[in-house]
Design a protein around this ligand. Sequence first.
Ligand code: FEO
Length: 400
Amino acid sequence: MYFYQKLEEDLYRLGVNDRRTARFENMFPMPDGVSYNSYLIKDEKNVLFDTVDASFIKSFCDNLNHVLEGVDLDYLVITHMEPDHSSAISYVMEKYPNCKIIGNAKTFSFIDNFFGDDFKDKYVEVKNGEKMSIGKRELEFIFAPMVHWPEVMFVLTSAGELFSADAFGTFGSIEGHYTSTLIDFDGKFLDEARRYYINIVGKQGRSVINVLNKLSSRDIKKIFPLHGPSHVDADKIKTFIEKYKIWASFEKEEDGVLLAYSSMYGNTEQAVDILACELSNLGVKNIHIYDVSEYDYSYIISDAHKYSNFVYTAINYNTDLYPRMDAFLRELAGTGFQNRKVSVITNMSWGGRGEKIAEEILASSKLEKIGETLQIKSSLDEENVEKIEELAKAIADSMK
Ligand code: FEO
């Protein structure tokens, strides 16, 4: 049976929802699933933009066959070769043997690596900035390397439709509403779009800025990403592009404090809770506490990028940094985290090597230290509480 959504008179979304895969890239949890979007333009030439994960070949091909209504597929444009979008290529090519594959030199290198060279005679290589008419529309190929893989290219049509590969995508399956105009854009959508971007593309901020600069003078009327809803509203497109600029520049989105802690028996946790209360008493908004042993790192990392201030604990474990904090900080640093104000709490029961290791992990993150490191010895005492009050004041002052 088929299922598709008609986005315009001659433009269709043929993608699928994946609510069964637990973790995207076998790493990031997807409690609300994810959509793999594929789009078809029926013009003088019929052009398919990307495919879907191979687990959904049957549904995807039913959709494609139905919308094509017995006519041939002329082109398959590959904007991105990650297998969540490309692993159904061979099926499409077998079903539509006259179809040509549009990509760039790097795309074809990936196709050769994944599928062998069976489709070599179907390759149509395009260069950055090249244009191609498909009838009413002209397609322009805009290379966007490292957003998210090296071969990525966007396609901008003469009608102002941007096929943006992973960019402007999000976790979460499409729940009927296939445009961001119809959903809670500023709430859950933006949180999941941020978590997707920061964790998956985040480190490549410079590449994202480069392609946003290329597009800055272009009239983008609609955005069709490979995950999540389409964007068809001018204000929402403007807002989303502005968010991307902030994320790609590693700037804070809002003033706020993200406290990430590890605590074996609750003593360090108590210090974090007292600090949060003191911050609240001082009028600080947006305080969020995460236990790194409980939460998936992708959520904590997303919020660390969102807010101005970051507090972490550096307790010891077997004379090293507590392993879960060690792993979390390495993953955070790996997303290009930088330009934030940072404060530190240690528990010195077994010495202070944990803090040194944490500082080494974050050495390239260009962080501004706020307040002195709060040093607990096993459990809190009155002097610690006074120091927490001082630290809270220093953090609150740093936001003024
Ligand atoms: Fe949705 Fe980078 O693949």
